[in-house]
Design a protein around this ligand. Structure first.
Ligand code: GRF
Length: 196
């Protein structure tokens, strides 16, 4: 049976679009709902236009109460009976309370060749380190930030004179190839890492 997928975004949602556009009739998964902590996320507008269900839970009223924020998301997601969650530029850290029940069923894309550069500003950090190669990683989400088992990686060259924005754009193109390819394999039960 097709896997029911929820996709979490905070921004423009270009990875979410790449995932949704890949989920055609031949795909072992179906996009069910797009979730955001920001009502004005570009990804939410696109998802509505595409006829997908959307859920917005603003994190701000919860302040430091991460458990409360996560409980609100869980409650809103319940009726959708999801099999998988894909984090796609979701910029809130999820705690063990949310992550643990989804262990093995929640994916994330991170713009670095993990285990290098967990967290933010990955492109600037790769440039500062003088790396000649950079890229992106799709991994299973565990309670430790950007640390779960790797499901796929795509590499790009770092070119002389690159700015963080140049590098971000080059990596993002690969993200749009890698994430859909990994989701296809994963949803059909293949967890062998995909190396592009
Ligand atoms: C991507 O680079 C993703 O890896 C990072 O945030 C960016 C999101 O871009 N975590 P988009 O919203 O998918 O366009």
């Amino acid at each position: 049976m097709n896997k029911r997928v929820g996709i979490f975004v905070s921004g423009g949602g270009s990875n979410m679009r790449a995932l949704v556009e890949d989920m055609d009739a031949s795909h072992p998964a179906t996009p069910i709902v797009v979730v955001s902590n920001k009502a004005d996320a570009g990804g939410i507008a696109w998802a509505k236009d595409a006829g997908l269900a959307t859920v917005v839970v603003d994190h701000r009223p919860f302040g430091k109460d991460r458990a409360g924020f996560e409980a609100a998301i869980s409650e809103a997601l319940d009726p959708f009976e999801l099999d998988l969650i894909c984090l796609a530029g979701f910029m809130r850290v999820l705690t063990a309370g949310f992550v643990t029940p989804w262990r093995g069923r929640m994916l994330n894309i991170h713009p670095s060749l993990l285990p290098k550069y967990r967290g933010l500003h990955t492109h600037a950090r790769a440039l500062e380190a003088g790396d000649t190669e950079h890229g992106c990683t799709v991994h299973l989400v565990t309670p430790e930030l950007d640390d779960g088992p790797i499901l796929g990686q795509a590499r790009v060259p770092v070119r002389p004179g690159d700015t963080p924005d140049d590098l971000a754009a080059r990596v993002l193109q690969q993200e749009h190839i890698l994430y859909p390819a990994v989701l296809r394999r994963f949803a059909s039960g293949d967890r062998t890492p995909l190396l592009l």
